[in-house]
Structure formats: structure tokens, C-alpha cells
Design a protein around this ligand. Structure first.
Ligand code: CP
Length: 305
């Protein structure tokens, strides 16, 4: 039995197979319509979500399976003090696979250790969000044709943004990558990530101004300032609109640069960018369904001929 806690849980070869499967699913949906008949996915979400929870549910429904679960801790027995370890023992009696989001870093790992079914980390605190990373990688691979030899700018809240941490980890295994970290000082990328890049001799830069770096980018990965991770509201208000990507700034970017965002967006991308063909963040959310379908099939070891 396999779980997914971190994108590095899959080898590069396994990821390639997963993305090939996701691309096949996209183009041949009817072939997969009954692949999970009789199987159940539990979504145990202790933190709010729109995309991750609903795309997991859509993925399982598209595969002919069923879904059950809770969308917030208050509507589960966590509100009465039940531990994650006990909860997953119970969920293992009711479902075949579980996607879990939790505000505490490591909570899905605790669940995986006690589980009788595969557990997928659907986001744990400011730590990791591996299925968002799979979504981001599938988007880049499908629309740019490769996951290597790319310059990727990551902009916004690089301190608390778990999608950023997961994506850098995953892309650091591909050749020719160059990272440009664009953030205010207070939201810089954590030291453990820059140390990892230095150890692997992967080039990176840390800058504050987005405009200066736009012409160099193959991918611009915008992020929201993570209000829910701030201890102090004043700091959030001061930093929340530090970056606003708009149509004027997009004129500085290469014609084939892609703009990704894990969403939800607040103000960091102006709506006037949405019609730009380089803005692929809504398409990215659609890729999230295909890759989660591929992931469910892979973890349940179901093969469709
Ligand atoms: N990208 C993402 O994790 O979105 P949700 O918080 O809506 O699931």
C-alpha cells in the first residue's frame, strides 16, 4: 500500500507515467468512466478548500466511484477531541482511499502511519501540497512540452506558501532548472530550500522587484499572501498587495511565458490578465482533475486496458 505525502514519494519515472496517464484520461474520459466502480474516496478536510476537495470528488465520480467525507473540522468528531490517528482508523472501515487536508504540518503522515487505506496529503499547514504540485507539473509539461531547462519565477508569499515548497522540491530533480524567488523580505523562501538548492548546485536568485525579472521567465508562478498563517493582522495588511500582476506588467513578459497560480486568487493577479492566452491558471485547475484521477488509479493499483 502506498500513500502520497510529498511529491518526492514518486520517482521521476513514476511521475512521467502518472502524467502520461493523466494526459490519456483527458483525451479518453469514457474509457475510465467505470474504473473505480464500487470504490469509495473519503475527503477529510480540517481546513477550507474549494479546488482540492471538489477536484478529488470530481475525479472519483468521473471514475465511477463514490465519495464521502467532511469539509471542516467542526462538522467532524475532531470538534469533540478525536485524534487524527483514531479518525483514520475509522475512515479505513468506510472507504478505500482518503484525501486529507489539515492545518497541522505532518498530520496526514500521522494518519498514514495508522491507516489501512492509501492516504493522500491534500495540504498540511505551510508544509507540502503534493497534489497541487502534480497539477502544476502536469500543466507545465502539457503546455510547455517539458519539465526541464526552464526558468521559473515564484512570486509572492514564498515563506508560508506550501505549494511553492512542494513545487521547488519536485522540480529540483529535473536538469537545467533555474529558480527566481520574488518576494518581500518578510516572505522570503525558507533557508532549508535555498540550502537544498545550493547543495544540488541548482541556480537561484532572490529579488524583490517582479518587473525586472519578467523578460527572463518561462513560467511565472504567482501566489496569494497566506492570511491564515500570519500571527499579526497588521503585517498581513501591509504585505497583501505587495505584488499585483496586471496587463501592463504582462507586456514585459516573453510571448510564450505561462502564468500559473494555485488559486484562490485575491488581488495578486488583476482580472484584466485573465484573457491573456499566457494566463493558464483556470486551465491548471482543470488539469487538477485529470492528475487526481490518475493518482487515485495509481494508488489503488487499478489498470484500464
Ligand atoms: N489550490 C488549492 O489548494 O485550492 P483550495 O484551497 O481551494 O483547495
Amino acid at each position: 500500500m502506498r500513500h502520497l505525502m510529498n511529491p518526492l514519494d514518486f520517482t521521476v519515472g513514476e511521475l512521467e507515467r502518472l502524467f502520461d496517464l493523466a494526459n490519456d484520461i483527458e483525451h479518453n474520459m469514457p474509457r475510465y468512466a467505470h474504473a473505480c466502480a464500487g470504490k469509495k474516496l473519503a475527503t477529510c478536510f480540517y481546513e477550507p478548500s474549494t479546488r482540492t476537495r471538489l477536484s478529488f470528488e470530481a475525479a472519483m465520480l468521473n471514475l465511477g466511484g463514490s465519495v464521502l467525507g467532511f469539509a471542516d473540522a467542526d462538522s467532524s468528531s475532531a470538534s469533540k477531541g478525536e485524534s487524527v490517528a483514531d479518525t483514520i482508523r475509522i475512515v479505513s472501515c468506510y472507504a478505500d482511499i482518503c484525501a486529507m487536508r489539515h492545518p497541522k504540518e505532518g498530520a496526514p503522515l500521522v494518519a498514514a502511519e495508522k491507516s489501512r487505506i492509501p492516504v493522500i496529503n491534500a495540504g498540511d499547514g505551510g508544509h507540502q501540497h503534493p497534489t497541487q504540485t502534480l497539477t502544476d507539473m502536469l500543466t507545465i509539461r502539457t503546455l510547455r512540452g517539458r519539465l526541464d531547462h526552464l526558468t521559473i519565477g515564484l512570486c509572492g508569499d514564498l515563506k508560508f506558501g506550501r505549494t511553492v515548497h512542494s513545487l521547488i522540491n519536485a522540480l529540483s530533480r529535473y536538469e537545467g532548472m533555474r529558480f527566481i524567488f520574488i518576494s518581500p523580505d518578510e516572505l522570503r523562501i525558507p533557508d532549508y530550500i535555498t540550502e537544498m538548492l545550493r547543495e544540488k548546485q541548482i541556480p537561484y536568485e532572490e529579488v524583490i522587484r517582479l518587473e525586472d525579472k519578467m523578460p527572463e521567465l518561462d513560467i511565472l508562478y504567482m501566489t496569494r499572501v497566506q492570511k491564515e498563517r500570519f500571527f499579526n493582522e497588521e503585517d498581513y495588511i501591509r504585505l497583501k498587495d505587495f505584488y499585483i500582476l496586471n496587463r501592463k506588467k504582462m507586456k514585459l513578459a516573453p510571448a510564450d511565458m505561462l502564468v500559473l497560480h494555485p488559486l484562490p486568487r485575491v488581488n495578486e493577479i488583476s482580472v484584466d490578465v485573465d484573457d491573456d492566452p499566457r494566463a493558464v491558471y483556470f486551465q491548471q485547475a482543470q488539469f487538477g482533475v485529470y492528475v487526481r484521477m490518475a493518482l487515485i488509479l495509481t494508488l489503488l493499483d487499478i489498470h484500464v486496458d
